[in-house]
Design a protein around this ligand. Structure first.
Ligand SMILES: Cc1cc2nc3c(=O)[nH]c(=O)nc-3n(C[C@H](O)[C@H](O)[C@H](O)COP(=O)(O)OP(=O)(O)OC[C@H]3O[C@@H](n4cnc5c(N)ncnc54)[C@H](O)[C@@H]3O)c2cc1C
Length: 472
């Protein structure tokens, strides 16, 4: 342990901040969902906002880098302590208070997303952002990454659902950003700096979140198409119509082909792609929306769920998509790109051709109404050169996405794993301004060092294999 780390642990001890330096704690805090592992020197566990302030102030004075951690479900290495130093774990700040009159949830940064929703539901309300990781991710992590989710099409992403927050600057000072009131027009709302900046500007300690009345009814339908291009045409028809789905999920023919083999009881035809839709609202409105879904997609095979059991069966097509695609390779490189509607067909022609040229399978699923697609290059880990081909395929796909006016990431963020794409996405002026802002918030660069703004060469890095995480 170097001198600064020893001084830091002594200070944490004297300030009653819980911390650990045992091997298991250090390993658990060393990686996120992507499994690139960098060991920290210390893990500190904040139990209240004041603990966050104490850790940051001490680390700042001693020049020890701090990496912030919610639940570690991130998909871009954001919570991975690449420079060593201290991991600041916020999992214990998990209080949840519901105000059913203001329709606001006041929550600690470590509150698990699904627990916030469950607490709201007891009052006939719900919290709309629903990343697929909602049973494991924290609100602080969702805010930091501006997480999306299946319902983003109708209800927006995390940014649209955060009313106010409190955050600690890297020097340990506390900021109140906005107020938990309906309207706030008192200068720039500092809240927005902390949404989507992945913990590089400060540490979110608590937030006030928007809640909505629980819809009375949800109706599910699924449409099968003869191929991907036909599905994209169907999606365009839906988006041109008066329909307002809460969820609209696309699965390409490669993905559906895997689901079909894994679940023959779903009786899916060969070569089909699919679009799953959910409509919510009052019962007659949701029912009428499904009728209109049939009309808009006349000529396609459309199935509607008559009850909860049938809805679950239709949903299982989407839920099986991610695990089923491992039939096509034991490893994958994936990104969550966003495409403008007029670039979707061209992108997928390019990407599928690239997959054939590289001899790699390219299954896709995604949030079709948002143009947010999870693209994959599947490969076999033991095959020489296969991973390098997958990386090349992804780099070319990202370049094409940007050429078409799209974005590198819709919801997962940049971390260090995708920082190489920042100069492709942003011009010099934008990058300089972002780096300037980082300096204003964090002049000593102690917080989430090496993330987003600095390009990290990841070519020699390998994810760990065989590590089981709680959500696997
Ligand atoms: C199976 C699976 C499905 C997923 N599905 C989705 C999806 O549908 N939509 C989606 O958007 N994402 C999805 N994700 C990605 C991930 O769950 C989200 O990015 C989530 O927001 C991360 O939350 P976390 O608490 O795990 O954050 P972590 O992984 O711990 O951290 C993520 C980033 O946030 C920073 N951070 C964490 N807490 C704070 C805080 N309080 N203050 C400041 N910075 C902080 C970290 O430093 C890091 O940069 C999925 C991940 C998995 C594993």
């Amino acid at each position: 342990m170097n001198d600064n780390i020893s001084a830091l642990t002594r200070r944490l001890e004297s300030e009653n901040v819980r911390f650990s330096t045992d091997d298991k704690s250090l390993f658990d805090a060393s990686l996120d969902h992507m499994r690139y592992s960098f060991l920290p020197d210390v893990v500190a566990y904040a139990e209240c906002g004041e603990d966050i302030g104490k850790v940051l102030k001490t680390a700042n004075e001693l020049d020890v880098p701090v990496t912030v951690r919610g639940c570690g479900t991130g998909c871009s290495g954001g919570s991975v302590p690449t420079p060593g130093g201290i991991v600041l774990d916020l999992g214990a700040i998990d209080f949840i208070e519901i105000d059913p009159v203001a329709r606001v949830a006041h929550v600690g940064a470590g509150a698990v997303t699904a627990n916030v929703d469950a607490a709201a539901q007891k009052h006939g309300l719900f919290y709309a952002p629903d990343p697929s990781s909602h049973k494991y991710s924290s609100i602080g992590g969702n805010i930091a990454c501006n997480a999306g989710g299946l319902r983003a099409l109708k209800y927006g992403v995390t940014r649209d659902n955060v009313i106010a927050l409190a955050a600690y600057l890297p020097n340990g000072e506390k900021l109140k950003c906005g107020l938990p009131v309906k309207k706030f027009s008192v200068g720039p709302n500092l809240r927005d700096f902390f949404i989507g900046s992945e913990g590089t500007f400060g540490v979110v300690s608590e937030a006030w979140l928007k809640l909505l009345p629980l819809p009375q009814s949800k109706k599910v339908a699924i449409a099968f198409f003869d191929g991907d291009e036909q599905a994209f045409e169907g999606i365009e028809k839906i988006m041109r119509s008066a329909l307002q789905p809460s969820i609209l999920e696309f699965m390409d023919a490669d993905t559906i082909g895997c689901v079909r083999v894994k679940e023959p009881s779903l009786e899916i035809g060969e070569g089909k792609s699919a679009v799953l839709a959910e409509f919510d609202g009052f019962e007659p409105e949701a029912e009428a929306s499904v009728d209109m879904f049939f009309e808009v997609l006349a000529g396609c095979e459309v199935r509607r769920a008559k009850d909860a059991a049938e809805a679950e069966k239709l949903w299982s097509v989407r839920r099986k998509a991610s695990p089923a695609m491992y039939m096509l390779g034991d490893s994958k490189i994936s990104q969550d790109i966003v495409l403008p509607f007029d670039g979707v067909a061209e992108f997928f022609r390019f990407y599928k051709k690239l997959g054939r040229e590289l001899n790699l399978a390219t299954p896709v699923f995604g949030h079709a109404g948002d143009g947010n697609y999870h693209i994959h290059f599947m490969y076999n880990g033991a095959e020489d050169g296969a991973r390098a081909r997958a990386v090349r395929g992804m780099d070319l796909s990202i370049k094409k996405t940007i050429e078409l006016g799209g974005a590198v990431s819709g919801e997962h963020g940049i971390g260090f794993l995708k920082s190489k794409y920042m100069p492709l996405q942003h011009g010099k002026a934008e990058l300089e301004l972002m780096r300037g802002l980082k300096k204003v918030f964090d002049p000593k660069d102690i917080l989430n060092r090496g993330k987003i703004y600095e390009v990290t060469d990841t070519s020699g890095m390998q994810p760990l294999r065989g590590v089981k995480l709680p959500w696997d």
